[in-house]
Each structure stands twice: as structure tokens, then as C-alpha cells.
Design a binder for this molecule. Structure first.
Ligand code: 13P
Ligand code: SF4
Length: 298
């Protein structure tokens, strides 16, 4: 199946992008595996005619926003993100009506139509940099309350929260982490900023998924507890053969990130089904928020 996919990618002049949480067999054949920021940047720079996105809907939409002339394929249309669904444009407009005018910083884990009424986007890798770049002292950050609280703690900005969260990261408790720390007292705890504040307080490093690969690679320590989706253990081990990685909780599994199979990829490349295309009236305002973020990062 892997050979067949390689052939089809060539035939379609396609690039295959995969998020770090994707299953190992998908990561192994992708042209690039990465975090949301790396994947967005790569999607904006490629010359390929087709982008085959192995991730979830908001990631494929971001690729379509950045590359409208390309065909963006998401092999499973039902691979969504529960956190992205926690804010709609209507809810956001209603909230903004209650505030004095202020910028809206929107996590890329959101729909294109929400991005279209946002000031600037951010990812877990650049949230602090994005917020710091704004001249305003007060802003609304959506939809992840945990990322927003973490970012507020690292800047001198007044950040209004939205009551959204990633169910997978938000379910990790300080008690879960302490249990694993007890079993591996010498291990460094790396946490994703989508985790709750009391979990982040226990962390030695708070960073994006690819940030964890870089952090573990540079560290002189040999074992790590991983406070993010368990799919992350695979790329961490692949990049650091000599180090040990333990999940902070075995139940941190994002079902949406595990939907795409090699069969789905073959079907999508053969039939060109599963195209994600953001309509122009949403794409153009969304592009301004996404591009502002990318310009800060490259
Ligand atoms: P990053 O890979 O950008 O850290 O994001 C994690 C995530 O939840 C993606 O859905
Ligand atoms: Fe969404 Fe959380 Fe899954 Fe990422 S891990 S796609 S934020 S539900």
C-alpha cells in the first residue's frame, strides 16, 4: 500500500503532509510530519498541485486558505476537532458585541469562518509571540481557555478567555501526572499548552508537539513523560532512539486524529474525493488572520 501511495502521489503531483499525532504508517510515508505551524508554513510554500493532508479538517482548511489554487485532500471528511467546534462565528460575534473593540487571537484549531472574523491566528508554537506582537494591551483569545491562560501568564496582556478546550488534553489531571512521575522520578515532564493550568504547573517544558521533539533532542536527560496525545510517542522515539518516552496518560487518544487509514489515502488519491475548499468570501478574510501569523513566523 505504501508503494501504491508513493506512485499515486507522483501521478497527482501531490505533497503529503501529516500531523505528529497521525498513525506511524502514515507518518512514515509523509513528505513532512510536523506541528500545526510547520504544516501551515509548508502548505503555503509548496509547488505541488495537490496537498494530501493527513490531519483534521481545520488543518486542511488552513492549507486551502493559503493555497487556493491547489487541490487540498483530506482522506476522511469526518476527521474533525471537538475544540474547533466549540466556537461558531455567531457565538463569537455575540461575545464581541459585549466588549469594547479589541483584537481576536484565534487558535488555528478553529473553523475557517471563525478565522475570517479574527484579527490574527496562532498555534501552540507561537501563541506568546503572536500576542506579544500586538500593540493592544487587551484581547480575546479563542477557543482554548488553557492555551489562553498559559499565554496570559507569559505576557503582560489582559486576555479574555473563551470557554473552549481540547477534551483529550483537558482530561489529563495533575494526579495522573504525579502517578507517572512517581514511577519515573528521573523523567522530565513535557506538557502541551492545551493542558490544564495545574498540570502545566508540574511541567519542566511547555511546548508544541514539534517543540517536544526539539526539546528532547537537545536535552541531556534520558527519559521523558509526554503530556500530549499518545501518538506523539512515535515521532519522539523515532527522533531520539536512545531516550525513553512515557505517556502522561494512556487515555490521551484523539479519535479524530486516528481516522485516516492507508486505504483512505489510496481511495482519495485515486478518486480525488475528499477535497476541502474554503469559499472565497470566507477565505480572503481568513487569509489575512493566517498570513499575519505566518509572516511573524518565517
Ligand atoms: P500542535 O501540533 O500545533 O502542537 O497542536 C496540537 C493539536 O492539538 C493539533 O490538533
Ligand atoms: Fe482537536 Fe484535541 Fe484532537 Fe487536537 S488533539 S485535533 S485539539 S481534539
Amino acid at each position: 500500500m505504501k508503494e501504491k501511495i508513493k506512485e499515486l502521489l507522483k501521478k497527482r503531483n501531490a505533497i503529503m503532509l501529516a500531523h505528529n499525532y497521525q498513525p506511524p504508517e502514515i507518518q512514515d510515508i509523509a513528505d513532512l510530519c510536523g506541528d500545526s505551524l510547520e504544516l501551515s508554513i509548508r502548505a503555503s510554500l509548496t509547488n505541488a498541485e495537490t496537498i494530501l493532508f493527513c490531519g483534521v479538517t481545520f488543518m486542511a482548511e488552513t492549507a486551502s486558505i493559503l493555497s487556493p489554487e491547489k487541490t487540498v485532500l483530506l482522506p476522511r471528511k469526518d476527521a474533525g476537532c471537538p475544540m474547533a467546534d466549540m466556537v461558531t462565528p455567531e457565538q463569537l460575534k455575540e461575545k464581541l458585541d459585549k466588549f469594547p473593540p479589541m483584537p481576536v487571537v484565534t487558535y488555528v484549531n478553529s473553523s475557517a469562518s471563525v478565522k475570517a472574523i479574527s484579527t490574527i491566528c496562532c498555534t501552540s508554537a507561537n501563541a506568546v509571540q503572536v500576542v506579544t506582537s500586538l500593540k493592544e494591551k487587551e484581547m480575546l483569545m479563542i477557543p482554548d481557555r488553557n492555551l489562553a491562560q498559559y499565554t496570559a501568564s507569559k505576557t503582560n496582556k489582559k486576555i479574555h478567555l473563551w470557554d473552549g478546550y481540547c477534551p483529550i488534553h483537558n482530561n489529563l489531571t495533575a494526579e495522573d501526572v504525579l502517578k507517572v512521575k512517581n514511577r519515573h522520578p528521573d523523567a522530565v515532564f513535557m506538557a502541551h499548552p492545551e493542558c490544564r493550568p495545574d498540570v502545566l504547573e508540574l511541567a519542566d517544558a511547555i511546548t508544541s508537539t514539534s517543540g517536544m521533539i526539539k526539546y528532547a533532542g537537545k536535552s541531556d536527560r534520558s527519559s521523558f513523560i509526554v503530556g500530549t496525545e499518545t501518538g506523539m510517542i512515535y515521532p519522539l522515539k523515532k527522533a531520539n532512539h536512545d531516550k525513553k518516552f512515557y505517556p502522561a496518560s494512556e487515555s490521551m487518544v484523539c479519535a479524530d486524529m486516528k481516522k485516516i487509514t492507508l486505504e483512505d489515502i489510496i481511495k482519495s488519491l485515486e478518486t480525488m474525493e475528499g477535497e476541502v475548499k474554503v469559499p472565497e468570501q470566507i477565505r480572503l478574510p481568513a487569509l489575512s488572520a493566517v498570513q499575519r501569523m505566518i509572516d511573524l513566523s518565517i
